[in-house]
Structure formats: structure tokens, C-alpha cells
Design a protein around this ligand. Structure first.
Ligand code: ADP
Ligand code: MG
Length: 224
């Protein structure tokens, strides 16, 4: 589903920063891939390229066989909206909107008719175990619950690929484990998942684990 061919990104600077060195990678439908590396190693750069948020400065990035470098901006955005969901470390929820409204808003840009949005949002919240909290405001939810709302928001557009940038970075160990359980469950349900992390414990959850260091992406040996 994802194919990188000598993909790289150098920020122009000055001075130029080679944030991602040329890399080759294939991610198959149904994979649960983790990418682990220290701060500043290029993890977000990698995720932003795969997520079509940034264009590589060299090489190619294919999504479902589509060479994304050849698309104009509106087409790339449309493709991103149809196929990719994002989860970030900071949950980025609107504080004065309920969980349901936060999730529903993600459908406004996806041309889902207004009358269908609430049902779809409710389903997504049920899927992450928050069916009983749909009218809660983010400030009344725990960190783990907020991240579940953010995951529901990522899922409501029915993406085939879920990209998570340090999804447990703001959570305590027990809550983080629950969020990872949820991601595993979604993966078992058919969603391809990529999780970026600096935490080796989180990295062990993947069916496949990659390592990134100074912009160099390599396969990691994972000890069970
Ligand atoms: P990580 O997510 O692993 O912490 P990033 O992918 O954010 O790392 O950054 C990789 C490298 O690229 C770092 O050295 C960072 O300082 C640099 N970098 C990130 N964004 C920019 C930018 N917009 N312009 C210049 N350098 C950047
Ligand atoms: Mg980062």
C-alpha cells in the first residue's frame, strides 16, 4: 500500500538539513509498522511524507500504486482525505466542542451529507469504546479518553491507513497500553497502522519494527 523508492527530504536551510536520507520501504495492507528513533532523527519527516503532508525532495512515494509526487495539491489533499487518518501526540481537540462534534467536524471536509455525520461520528466513538461519553467536552475527559476521541476522529473518514505520530507520548504507561491495544484491535479489523515512537516498549507492539537514526531508516531486530 505504501512504496518508497529512494525517498529523501532535505530542508533547504541554510544550512540544509538532510532529515530523511534516501530510503526504500514497502508497507503492505494490514501491516502494523512501528518506527522508533530518538528526538530529531527524522520520524515526523518520514510520517509527513508517507501521509502526503510533505513532498519528498528526492525519490518517489507511492500510495496504492499512485505516484503521489505527480499529483497537484488539491488531488493530493483529496487522496489524503480519502485514505489516511492521522493521530498526533497532542490530541488537537477543540475544547469548546463535545466529543461527538469534534469527530463530526472531520466529515465536513469529506463531503459527507450533514444528516449522516452524527451517525458516522457516533459509530466511530463507539468503536473506540466511548459510546457513553459522546456529549462530553475534552476538558472533562482523561488523557486516554481524549486520545480515543482523536482516534475516532481519524477513523470517521474510513481511512485504510492510520498514521500515528507519538500517539502515547502524553499518556502514562497503563493508559498508553490501552491505546496501543485499541490500535491493535483496529489493525486486526483491517486498518493498516504506522506508529512513530521514541519508546522501545511501544515499538515492540508492531508486527514489523523499523529504526531511524540521523535520517537513516533501517529494519530493526525486535526481541520478543
Ligand atoms: P523527530 O520527529 O524524529 O523528532 P523530525 O522529523 O521532526 O524529527 O526532524 C528531523 C530533523 O529535521 C531535525 O534535525 C529537525 O531539526 C529538522 N527539521 C524538521 N523540520 C524542519 C524544518 N521545517 N526546517 C528545517 N529543519 C527541520
Ligand atoms: Mg517528531
Amino acid at each position: 500500500m505504501i512504496a518508497l523508492h529512494q525517498t529523501e527530504l532535505t530542508y533547504p536551510g541554510p544550512p540544509p538539513v538532510a532529515a530523511l536520507r534516501p530510503c526504500d520501504l514497502t508497507v503492505h495492507r494490514g501491516d502494523f509498522v512501528t518506527v522508533v528513533g530518538p528526538s530529531g532523527s527524522g520520524k515526523s519527516t518520514f510520517l509527513n511524507i508517507v501521509g502526503l503532508l510533505d513532498a519528498p525532495t528526492g525519490g518517489r512515494c507511492l500510495l496504492d500504486g499512485i505516484d503521489t509526487g505527480r499529483l497537484d495539491d488539491p488531488t493530493r489533499s483529496a487522496l489524503r482525505g480519502q485514505r489516511i487518518g492521522f493521530v498526533f501526540q497532542a490530541f488537537h481537540l477543540l475544547p469548546h466542542r463535545t466529543a461527538l462534534e469534534n469527530v463530526q467536524l472531520a466529515l465536513v471536509y469529506r463531503r459527507v451529507p450533514r444528516r449522516m455525520r452524527a451517525d458516522r461520528a457516533r459509530d466511530a466513538l463507539q468503536r473506540v469504546g466511548l459510546g457513553h461519553r459522546i456529549h462530553a467536552f475534552p476538558t472533562t475527559l482523561s488523557g486516554g479518553e481524549r486520545q480515543r476521541v482523536a482516534i475516532a476522529r481519524a477513523l470517521v473518514g474510513r481511512p485504510s491507513l492510520l498514521l500515528c505520530d507519538e500517539p502515547t507520548g502524553n499518556l502514562d504507561t497503563a493508559t498508553a497500553a490501552q491505546v496501543l491495544d485499541l490500535l491493535e484491535e483496529l489493525n486486526a479489523g483491517g486498518v493498516t497502522v504506522v506508529v512513530i515512537t521514541h519508546d522501545p516498549e511501544v515499538a515492540r507492539r508492531g508486527t514489523r519494527s523499523l529504526r531511524i537514526r540521523d535520517g537513516v531508516l533501517t529494519d530493526a531486530v525486535v526481541t520478543p
